[in-house]
Design a binder for this molecule. Sequence first.
Ligand SMILES: NC(=O)c1ccc[n+]([C@@H]2O[C@H](COP(=O)([O-])OP(=O)(O)OC[C@H]3O[C@@H](n4cnc5c(N)ncnc54)[C@H](O)[C@@H]3O)[C@@H](O)[C@H]2O)c1
Length: 322
Amino acid sequence: MARVGVVGLNYWGPNLVRNFDDLAELAWVCDLDEERLATLAARYPQARASTSIDELLADETVDAVVVATPVPTHYALAKQALEAGKHVFVEKPPAMRAAEMDELVRIAADRDRVLMPGHLLLYHPGVEKLKALVDSGELGEVLCVYGNRQNLGIVRTNENALWSLGVHDLSVILYLLDEDPETATAQGRDFLTPGVEDVVFCYLRFPSGKIAHMHLSWLDPHKMRKLTVVGREKMAVFDDMELERKVTVYEKSPWKRAETYGEWQTRSGDIYIPKISTAEPLRLECTFFLELVDGKHDRAKVARDGARVVRALEMLTESLGR
Ligand SMILES: NC(=O)c1ccc[n+]([C@@H]2O[C@H](COP(=O)([O-])OP(=O)(O)OC[C@H]3O[C@@H](n4cnc5c(N)ncnc54)[C@H](O)[C@@H]3O)[C@@H](O)[C@H]2O)c1
């Protein structure tokens, strides 16, 4: 059983601690904040506790490190852990610049270690279903994908809507289309906190001609967590706010009747709701990481896919800045 240390124990870290305690051997918990550390250490007395990642990395019996600290710290901590020979699960995104991410990917490859970004949605059974619909050709040629991730608050003051919300949709869009965008532009406004965009619209265009869009916002009357995939034959919607119909497939498409003069008509058929597993995405994500550590799956691809997300984020960030 892998021995795992978790670094960063405030809001998200305890969820990872809970899962790795169930699925692996929780060997260490670590946070700079002594109070948070003491709270978690009391809950998991079998794990050793430290305010310094150095202590955890010096423990040769530790196989893997999980990083759930603020985004600007990810790159340095992940690099340190990889250089110490540990497998690394790092919350999204693992780096804020493409060059830094490429460096992490290289170090992981050189040392044959796992570098897995925590793109939780990729392990969501609903997203798995969307991917199956795209890859099986059931939707026909995919034309465009768009994501809505909106609600009123939580207004963050240190991360804009692109970095906080957009990274989720971006990881799914790139996973579904399996291409790097040739164009990625973003426009937004910082209505509440100067310099921190709370409303962002993104447009991506891919070499195949497919296009994607994301509406990301903390200023909205609706809480939306939705991705729509438009194919030539069918269309599919993944709606994470729904309990029982996470994915809906619409047999709707544009259609040209042979006997007309080439005008487009629309075809509307059945609407169906495929069965989606209710397994907890975080549990599936943690299990996948442990399987990677175990030598299953393609660990190089997981790291490369993470780099693709950071590259696109960088393009969008540069555009937003302009
Ligand atoms: N996948 C998801 O759905 C999801 C959801 C929420 C947060 N996250 C990610 O999880 C990460 C943590 O988010 P959060 O909201 O818990 O952040 P947070 O700022 O509330 O907590 C981060 C913790 O890390 C600790 N820390 C900072 N630097 C450290 C260091 N060098 N060594 C040890 N501890 C250190 C801080 O003391 C703090 O307790 C972020 O990257 C965030 O993007 C992911």
